[in-house]
Unconditional design. Structure first.
Ligand SMILES: Cc1cc2nc3c(=O)[nH]c(=O)nc-3n(C[C@H](O)[C@H](O)[C@H](O)COP(=O)(O)OP(=O)(O)OC[C@H]3O[C@@H](n4cnc5c(N)ncnc54)[C@H](O)[C@@H]3O)c2cc1C
Length: 380
C-alpha cells in the first residue's frame, strides 16, 4: 500500500491528524490496533476546545453530558464551588468519542485499517511500515511521513530508539449514577487518596467516571479504596470492581519530529501538568502536525505548538513540582482560587482556552505571591 501520510493510532490525536490531512486532499491511511477499544478516561473536554478544533456542531450529534459547575476539594479546607463561565465541560464515553472522530476522518477520505504497527524501515525518502491485521495478515505501507499518535507506550518512539515517556499511574471505574448526584465535576486533592495527582468524579451520561492517580503503581489499590470510602461511604464496594492500572504521561520536553516522523498527543506527552487534561492538547498537537505537512515544512509543527502552549505547560509544571506531594501547600494554592479574579484567570486559560501570554503572567503573579507568603511564614 502507498500513501503520503501514515497515521499510527486512532485515538483523539490520530483521528484529528487524519481528518485535517484528508480534508485538504492529502492521501492518508490510519491504522488503529483495536477499533473496539474503550480507553479508560474521564472523557472530560472543555466545549471551547472542541470549537477551536472545528467540532462544535459535529459533537452535538453524539451523546454527551454537559457540566456547568465544578467542585474543588482541598485536602483540609472547605470545598470551592465554581460556576463555569463562558463554556461548559463535555463528558464523553471514549469509545463513542474516538469512533466519532475516526468517522469524521473517514468521511474526509482517510482509509482506516484495524492493524497494529510492528516495524519501520527507512528507504531513501520513504518509510515502509509493517503492520499486523486482526486476522494475522501482515501489510506493508509505504509513506513519505508517519505520524505517531500511538499513545503513552508509543511503539513508533521505541522503534526509533527514543527514551520512554515518564508517566503517572491511574485507576478509573464507572459506577452507577447516585440519584442525588449533581451534574458537576469533582476534583479531590489530598495524599490519603491521591499521590502527586487528584481523585475525580465526572458525571458521564450513564455512569459516574471515578478515579485516582499516583506516581507509583503499587499505591493505587489502597488510594482508590480510600477515595471511594471518603466520597461514597458504604454505597460503593471497591471489591466489586476489577481494578486495572493505566498510564498517563508526565509532560516534559520531547522531540516533535525525527526522520520524517511526527510525534503527537500522548506519544509526545502533551498532557497539561496539574489538570492532567490530555484530549484537547492531543488533538491540537495533531492539528499542528497536519498543518506542517500541508505547508511542506515540518518545523512549523514545533513552532506552532511552542507559540501556543509552551509557556503554559512550563508554568503548570512548576506548580505541579511545587505543590503535589505536600498537602499543606496544595491547600494554600487551591485556596487562592476562592478569589473571583483568580477563578476568572483559570477559567480563561483552562475552560475557554484563551491564548495565554498575559493571562499566564497574571496567574504566575498570583502563584509568586503565594510562594512569598509561604517563605515569609517559614522565616517567622
Ligand atoms: C484514567 C484516565 C483519565 C483521563 N481523563 C481525562 C479527561 O477527563 N480529560 C482529558 O482531556 N484527558 C484525560 N486523560 C488523558 C487522555 O486520555 C489522553 O491524553 C488522550 O487519550 C491522548 O490521546 P492520544 O490520541 O494521544 O492517545 P490515545 O487516546 O491513548 O490513543 C492512542 C491509540 O493508539 C492505538 N495504538 C497503540 N499502539 C498502536 C500500534 N502499535 N498500532 C496501531 N495503533 C496503536 C491505541 O489502541 C489507541 O487507540 C485521562 C487519562 C487516563 C489514563
Amino acid at each position: 500500500m502507498d500513501c503520503e501520510v501514515l497515521v499510527v493510532g486512532g485515538g483523539p490525536a490520530g483521528a484529528t491528524a487524519a481528518r485535517f490531512l484528508a480534508q485538504v486532499g492529502i492521501d492518508t491511511i490510519l491504522i488503529e490496533k483495536d477499533l473496539s477499544f474503550h480507553k479508560p478516561c474521564g472523557g472530560g473536554v472543555p466545549s471551547a476546545g472542541l470549537k477551536d478544533l472545528d467540532l462544535a456542531d459535529e459533537v452535538e450529534k453524539i451523546p454527551l453530558s454537559r457540566v456547568k459547575k465544578i467542585k474543588i476539594y482541598p485536602p483540609f479546607s472547605a470545598p470551592i464551588e465554581v460556576e463555569l463561565k463562558g463554556g461548559e465541560i463535555y463528558i464523553f464515553n471514549r469509545f463513542i468519542f474516538d469512533s466519532f472522530l475516526r468517522e469524521l476522518a473517514k468521511k474526509e477520505g482517510t482509509q482506516i485499517l484495524e492493524a497494529s504497527l510492528e516495524s519501520l524501515k527507512f528507504e531513501k525518502s520513504r518509510i515502509i511500515s509493517t503492520a499486523k491485521k486482526r486476522e494475522g495478515e501482515r501489510i506493508n505501507i509505504s509513506s513519505k511521513y508517519v505520524i505517531a499518535s500511538d499513545g503513552v507506550n508509543s511503539k513508533v518512539s521505541s522503534l526509533l530508539g527514543l527514551p520512554q515517556i515518564s508517566y503517572y499511574w491511574t485507576v478509573s471505574l464507572h459506577i452507577p449514577k447516585i440519584s442525588n448526584n449533581e451534574n458537576c465535576c469533582e476534583f479531590w486533592f489530598g495524599s490519603s487518596h491521591a499521590s502527586f495527582f487528584y481523585s475525580w468524579v465526572f458525571p458521564a451520561l450513564e455512569y459516574l467516571s471515578v478515579g485516582t492517580g499516583a506516581e507509583k503503581v503499587d499505591k493505587l489499590t489502597e488510594l482508590i479504596k480510600n477515595f471511594l470510602k471518603k466520597r461514597f461511604g458504604d454505597k460503593v464496594n471497591p471489591a466489586s470492581f476489577k481494578l486495572k492500572a493505566y498510564k498517563i504521561p508526565r509532560w516534559s520536553r520531547r522531540i516533535f519530529f525525527k526522520d520524517n516522523v511526527f510525534f503527537t498527543g500522548d506519544a509526545i506527552a502533551t498532557v497539561m501538568p496539574v489538570s492532567f487534561e490530555g484530549i484537547y492538547y492531543a488533538m491540537k498537537s495533531a492539528q499542528f502536525a497536519a498543518q506542517a505537512i500541508k505547508e511542506k515544512n515540518p518545523t512549523v509543527y514545533e513552532k506552532l505548538w511552542k507559540e501556543r502552549f509552551l509557556n503554559q505547560f512550563l508554568i503548570m509544571k512548576k506548580f505541579q513540582d511545587f505543590m503535589f506531594g505536600n498537602d499543606k501547600r496544595m491547600d494554600q494554592w487551591l485556596n487562592i482560587h476562592r478569589d473571583p479574579a483568580i477563578q476568572e484567570l483559570a477559567m480563561a486559560l483552562w475552560l475557554r482556552k484563551e491564548k495565554g501570554g498575559k493571562l499566564v503572567r497574571l496567574y504566575l503573579k498570583a502563584f509568586s505571591n503565594l510562594i512569598s507568603k509561604i517563605v515569609n511564614l517559614a522565616l517567622k
